[in-house]
Design a protein around this ligand. Structure first.
Ligand code: DC
Length: 195
């Protein structure tokens, strides 16, 4: 069975948690595509060459989840040649036999417009910044500024900007417990699997 669940949305909206839960529930493989851009961002040197030669070792680095890696990822992700170098790997992963969940910014719009299920997971910038701040600490106002800066860059870039696909179901997690968001996503997938 070929079945793709595309989950897009801004940072700290709950995409990763929902994606992992959904993949486990349905036995699908899971790809966090943000990690690809984070690995390119922290590798240093020419980002296009980094994207073209990305290795499993690059993806296993321990520092990919940091705020700095997120900002570096967002910057290199605006370079069309970087995005182009990562397309084939993501498409193959999405359409391989067995079912796949991919989360990112452009999965439903560019990487896999034919995805069987498209979700756009979002929340207000303040709620997302608060969640991130609980994880990383420091000054909450600075974390909010960082979230807003990354949103602006990801939504404003010319190539594959962050936006909901026209046929995506929007899940706003601002006032929703994560379990409720996971249940909602699972119901949508179940309905598509067995109409
Ligand atoms: O999902 P994340 O926070 O790990 O993503 C880090 C950055 O990578 C994000 O700010 C923009 C970029 N990204 C992208 O442009 N396209 C994707 N499919 C995934 C991430």
């Amino acid at each position: 069975m070929i079945f793709t669940v595309a989950i897009d949305g801004p940072a700290a909206a709950g995409k990763g948690t929902i994606s992992r839960a959904v993949a486990e529930r349905f036995g699908f493989r899971y790809l966090d595509t943000g990690l690809l851009y984070r690995a390119v961002g922290v590798k240093g040197g020419d980002p296009v060459a980094a994207a073209q030669t990305l290795t499993a070792e690059d993806l296993a680095r321990g520092d990919l989840r940091s705020l700095a890696a997120g900002q570096a990822a967002s910057r290199v992700a605006a370079i069309p040649e970087v995005r182009a170098a990562l397309v084939d790997f993501q498409r193959r992963f999405a359409r391989a036999e067995g079912g796949a969940v991919l989360d990112g910014r452009d999965i439903g719009t560019v990487i896999c417009p034919e995805a069987e299920v498209k979700l756009y997971v979002t929340a207000s910038p303040e709620v997302r910044a608060h969640r991130r701040w609980l994880e990383v600490g420091g000054e909450e106002a600075k974390v909010l500024a960082e979230v807003q800066e990354r949103d602006a860059r990801d939504m404003g870039r010319a190539d594959a900007p962050l936006k909901a696909a026209e046929d995506a179901a929007v899940i706003d997690t601002s006032d929703m417990a994560i379990e409720a968001a996971i249940d909602h996503a699972c119901r949508i997938i179940t309905a598509r699997l067995a109409p």
